[in-house]
Design a protein around this ligand. Structure first.
Ligand code: ADP
Ligand code: MG
Length: 255
């Protein structure tokens, strides 16, 4: 069953870029959270990031879009370091979807989606509205454009949050446990949307506890523990041929 019925692609795959993190370090006080993390996400591919709670997965995403500045290491888009650029520029190019949807409750669904294009891309009200409605259509929610977020299910709200991120025409999308707060029956709709986006050729980094998704959709899987990448490889290598005891032990707990 296809949950999302739309007439156009979620995102324009023509602009796919690669994302590289090299030897990334970050400490919070004495807590050395990222201890030299390397990540290579080729243009148009999806990397899923798995690992125990507290291993540094969310921090890695926040460093990669410079919500936290790395204390060492480099971040590259299409092979070019972005650390000297304005961080806002990078954040505009990377769409982010979190566990909490954080939609503005007093704005309509369409206004939530149109806000970024209006404020950050400087589009007119009409232009932003047009983009918002198109993007809502692509996630199967055009009919909800004028509804308040609170009248939508959690799964629908998360699809609005995805539409909001896509309305900024990002070159890379990050998902941080985007389905963790959803009721089980709503998870599938959001995962299928993420799968579709991946198939459209978006460059994606997806932190997830959904091991089926991590295995089936990923081009690469990265297993983190205690601030380091313990193993990385194809889904087959990670899920069927784990090398380290730490990964074997993690998989035995989650599979
Ligand atoms: P994960 O997403 O894998 O569960 P996090 O990246 O959220 O792990 O956290 C890794 C470590 O960094 C934890 O010890 C957490 O307490 C710490 N940490 C994360 N964000 C902050 C912050 N803003 N300030 C201080 N410590 C933080
Ligand atoms: Mg996290």
């Amino acid at each position: 069953m296809t949950i999302v019925t739309n007439t156009h692609h979620l995102a324009d795959a023509g602009e796919a870029v690669s994302l590289t993190g090299r030897n990334l370090h970050l400490s919070f006080g004495d807590n050395h959270v990222l201890r030299g993390v390397d990540i290579q996400v080729d243009a148009g591919t999806t990397t899923t990031v798995i690992g125990p709670s507290g291993s540094g997965k969310s921090t890695l995403l926040r460093v990669l879009n410079r919500l936290h500045e790395p204390q060492q290491g480099d971040i590259l888009l299409n092979g070019r370091s972005v650390l000297k650029d304005n961080p806002d520029e990078l954040r505009r190019r990377i769409g982010m979807v979190f566990q909490q949807f954080n939609l503005f409750p007093h704005k309509s669904v369409a206004d939530n989606v149109a806000l970024g294009p209006r404020k950050l891309l400087g589009l007119s009200r009409d232009e932003a509205r047009e983009i918002a409605v198109k993007q809502l259509d692509s996630v199967g929610l055009a009919a909800k454009a004028d509804a308040r977020p609170s009248t939508l299910s959690g799964g629908q709200q998360q699809r609005v949050a995805i539409a909001r991120a896509l309305a900024m025409k990002p070159q890379v999308m990050f998902f941080d446990e985007a389905t963790s707060a959803l009721d089980p029956e709503l998870v599938k709709g959001v995962l299928s949307l993420m799968t579709e986006l991946s198939q459209d050729g978006m460059t994606m980094v997806v932190v997830t506890h959904e091991m089926g998704y991590a295995r089936d959709v990923a081009d690469n899987v990265l297993f983190m523990d205690d601030g380091v990448v313990v193993e990385t490889g194809s889904p087959e290598q990670i899920f069927s041929d784990a090398k380290s005891d730490r990964l074997k032990s993690f998989l035995s707990q989650v599979l």
